[in-house]
Ligand binder design. Sequence first.
Ligand SMILES: [Zn+2]
Length: 121
Amino acid sequence: MTTPALQYCIGSSSLGGLQWVDCGDRADEFIAKAMAVHGATREGVMALIAKGPKSARYHTDWYAYLRDKARGEAADAIARDRAASARRQQQTTLCRKCGQHLPTSRFTTLPASAQTCDDCV
Ligand SMILES: [Zn+2]
C-alpha cells in the first residue's frame, strides 16, 4: 500500500483558513503520531485521512490535522474560486435593461437606484 503525499496543519493562516505544510519525508513520523492519538493502526489512520481533512489528528491541539495533499489542495482551489466569484458578484450590479452583471463603475449616468448601465442609457 503506497502512502499518498500528506500535509499537516500548523494552525490558522492569516486569511482565516488553515495553514498546511507538506509532511514530505516525515510522513511516517506523522502517521505514527496519529496512530498514537487515535489508538489506530496505520490502515486505520489512512482511512481517517481518506475521510476528510479534519478526521485524522497527529496531536490533541485543535488544529493538529493530517490531510491528503492532492485532495486537500484541490478542495482549497475550489474554495478559493468560490470566494473569488462571490467577491466578483458583490462588486457588480445587474443592469435592468441589458441583463448583464457589470462593475458598479459602469452605472454612472443615472442614479444608482435606476440600475441601468451606461451603455444602455
Ligand atoms: Zn445595460
